[in-house]
Design a binder for this molecule. Structure first.
Ligand SMILES: NC(=O)c1ccc[n+]([C@@H]2O[C@H](COP(=O)([O-])OP(=O)(O)OC[C@H]3O[C@@H](n4cnc5c(N)ncnc54)[C@H](OP(=O)(O)O)[C@@H]3O)[C@@H](O)[C@H]2O)c1
Length: 296
């Protein structure tokens, strides 16, 4: 059994991005710029934004975080997004989720220009992804693809079962893996799936993104399967100074011996997401500059 750590994969991505962005900055005189919108003071959201800022700093990208009180109006956010869309200095825009209930998340995300939509959530990017056209791809699924590539896990002709159908993980990873090039046969499961265990037990590669701590036990897993655990869940742990520990959706300790390879939590897929956001920011910057040159 092999543990699929995210760190070496993320480091390889960062090294490549460092080279690529140095070449880009030299040839265009433009520094990639990420704009982040953060509403409220949720500690998890604030810490994700901090990680994104640090990653920009590491690569020498410019960044600006627009912070708003929980009570901010939708009109204020829409007006900011439209300014950022029109600002040629800004290459990537992301709105940190979740947003408070009074805000229409779909309307806000759909306002971001598809060319600057570094989270890959805009319907145009989602449509292009499904069609197999070049697009900005959501960061977590893109990170999973990088991990599969790095660890040379064959997907062609394999049966991939994805548990979870969120816009952020389940749907896009399923839609990516059945594209030409990846060539997997994909089954998607969700909370209404009947006989889930029978289906997951058929998976050569099982990808789990449900947000249920330690849900997948050995009886859900085929002998020799590869497991990608996307879940990040806090469970109470009085033994830790912070009072909790992080676990995945898969019961790693019990499931790992049955697998060929498995991602740990923490330290697996989670490590990849910010690296792929940086990748998307650079790709958006490159595409933006090409288009600016064509128009000039
Ligand atoms: N950077 C990262 O590594 C990263 C990024 C994103 C998310 N995550 C983590 O991944 C997990 C999932 O997040 P998400 O945003 O994708 O999830 P989400 O939006 O909460 O959706 C959960 C999905 O799981 C399905 N589900 C829930 N219980 C199930 C069950 N018992 N059996 C089968 N399917 C079930 C739901 O089905 P229905 O559609 O029928 O409700 C839904 O499709 C969370 O732990 C989250 O923290 C990690």
């Amino acid at each position: 059994m092999k543990t699929l750590w995210g760190k070496p994969v993320a480091e390889a991505v960062y090294l490549q991005l460092e080279e690529e962005s140095a070449r880009f900055i030299k040839s265009t005189n433009h520094v990639p710029h990420l704009a982040v919108v953060l509403v409220g003071s949720d500690p998890a959201s604030s810490s994700y934004v901090e990680m994104k800022e640090k990653a920009c700093d590491r690569l020498g990208f410019d960044h600006a975080t627009y912070r708003f009180d929980e009570s901010v109006s939708e009109a204020t956010l829409l007006s900011l997004l439209s300014k950022l869309n029109d600002d040629p200095v800004v290459d990537g825009i992301l709105v940190q989720l979740p947003l408070p209930d009074h805000l229409d998340t779909t309307k806000i995300l759909d306002t971001i220009s598809p060319q600057k939509d570094v989270d890959g959530f805009h319907p145009i990017n989602v449509g292009n992804l499904l069609l197999g056209n070049p697009s900005l791809v959501p960061c977590t699924p893109l990170g999973i693809l990088k991990m599969l590539e790095y660890y040379e896990i064959e997907t062609s002709g394999k049966h991939v079962v994805v548990v979870g159908r969120s816009h952020i993980v389940g749907k896009p990873i399923a839609a990516l893996l059945f594209q030409k090039g990846w060539d997997a046969t994909v089954t998607i499961c969700h909370s209404k799936t009947q006989n889930l265990r029978d289906i997951t037990s058929l998976a050569d590669i099982l990808i789990v993104a449900i947000g249920k701590p330690l849900f997948i036990t050995p009886d859900y897993v085929k002998e020799g399967a590869v497991i990608i655990d996307v879940g990040i869940n806090r469970v109470e742990d009085a033994g830790r100074s912070r009072g909790y520990r992080l676990v995945g959706d898969v019961d790693y300790e019990r499931v790992a011996p049955k697998t060929t390879a498995i991602t740990p939590v923490p330290g697996g897929v989670g490590v990849m997401t910010v690296a792929m956001l940086m990748n998307n920011t650079l790709q958006a910057a490159k595409k933006g500059r090409n288009e600016a040159e064509i128009l000039a």
